[in-house]
Design a protein around this ligand. Structure first.
Ligand code: AN7
Length: 351
């Protein structure tokens, strides 16, 4: 049985004797070796960390299990978050498991169908805010300052504590840190959490080296790259449609301390990577996750050499979250046939 993030990493997390220990099966996600893209970018050891294999289909579960456990320990009785979708799905699931009422604030547009379906089915209260993620986020921050509600967005330090464990798993599996980590950036919590994890692992001497953190925003939502918040962020990658990242400062620290970069990728580059991941790697990821791969492809085209190095792309969420995007690809033939051998033989040129 999987031990889960709390049990497996308790010595490295703010877990006390009073922290309830539970798990929905988060963590221990696969690190899969690239079959195609690695060769294209001249990197023999390129891996994909499949965070879509977490219980609600995204990396958020690693942080949520710690945030919810600490909320219970500290006497919290109601969870709230703002979300582009994945945080709300995760909060709703752990809230349901622990029997804690959960309220999620989502933008009234641009939330992927699968994510909303999760929040509905797990039984969260859902407030659709007339505005974008940033407006919903400002609102919950204000609300939680005034009322005794537990904020489970990545401003909650326990979220980052939990999410850092993915860095531990990567080091464990590769037996050292990779040279590069490519990762999507939305509210910038995850890049900050990974860097925290790599630094802690380095201090504990699990690795003698640390990776360069390569973060990628969507071009229409690239506040950090542009150096100013974006009022109306736009991108097909709804998960990272964030105009004013809450963990901006921490992301800059991750970039600068690691000697990495934060750059942007266009929606076309994201969609190219999304399709390549599915068709050449067998990995169905959501567009926000494809931003990491799009970033790798972009930097490689611009002359970044990964020869002899090890790189990991963080695949933050599963493609099943957002089937509408799959349907938006170049249509494939899906004709109907009678349920007859002769008819399908003819269709397959086997007659
Ligand atoms: C698939 O769910 O912000 O930079 O509210 O869903 O830590 O925000 C999700 C973000 C990357 C960006 N990949 O991570 C939310 C939310 C996927 C995501 C990110 C998100 P952060």
């Amino acid at each position: 049985m999987k031990r889960g993030v709390l049990e497996r990493f308790k010595e490295y997390l703010p877990v006390t004797d009073n922290t309830p220990m539970f798990s929905l099966g988060e963590g221990d996600t696969p690190l899969v070796k690239s079959r195609y893209i690695g060769g294209e970018v001249g990197c023999e050891e390129l891996y994909f960390k499949l965070e879509g294999c977490n219980p609600t289909g995204s990396f958020k579960d690693r942080g949520m299990v710690v945030a919810v456990a600490k909320a219970i320990e500290e006497g919290g009785t109601r969870l709230v978050c703002a979300s582009t979708g994945n945080t709300s799905a995760s909060a709703a699931a752990y809230g349901a498991y622990c029997g804690i009422p959960t309220t999620v604030f989502v933008p009234n547009e641009n939330v992927a169908g699968g994510k909303l379906a999760q929040a509905i089915t797990y039984g969260a209260s859902i407030l659709r805010i007339k505005g974008n993620f940033d407006a919903a986020f400002r609102l919950v921050v204000e609300l939680t300052k005034k009322h005794p509600l537990v904020l489970v967005n990545s401003l909650n330090p326990y979220r980052l504590e939990g999410q850092k464990t993915a860095a531990f798993e990567i080091i464990e599996e590769l037996e050292s840190a990779p040279d590069y980590v490519f990762i999507p950036v939305g509210n910038a919590g995850n890049i900050s959490a990974y860097w925290m994890g790599f630094k802690q692992a380095h201090q504990m001497e699990w690795t003698s080296s640390m990776p360069k953190m390569m973060g990628f925003e969507a071009e229409g939502a690239a506040a950090i790259v542009k150096g100013a918040p974006i009022e109306e962020p736009e991108t097909i990658a709804s998960g990272i449609r964030v105009g004013n990242p809450a963990n901006w400062d921490k992301a800059l620290v991750a970039r600068d301390e690691s000697g990495g970069a934060i750059d942007s990728v266009t929606d076309d580059e994201i969609m190219e990577a999304y399709e390549l991941m599915a068709r050449r790697e067998g990995i169905f990821c959501e567009p926000a996750s494809a931003a990491s791969v799009a970033g790798l492809l972009k930097l490689s085209r611009n002359g970044l050499h990964l020869n002899g190095g090890k790189a990991v792309c963080i695949i933050t969420g599963t493609g099943l979250k957002d089937p509408d995007i799959a349907y938006s690809l170049e249509p494939v033939a899906m004709d109907e046939y009678p349920a007859k051998l002769s008819a399908v033989e003819k269709a397959l040129d086997l007659a």
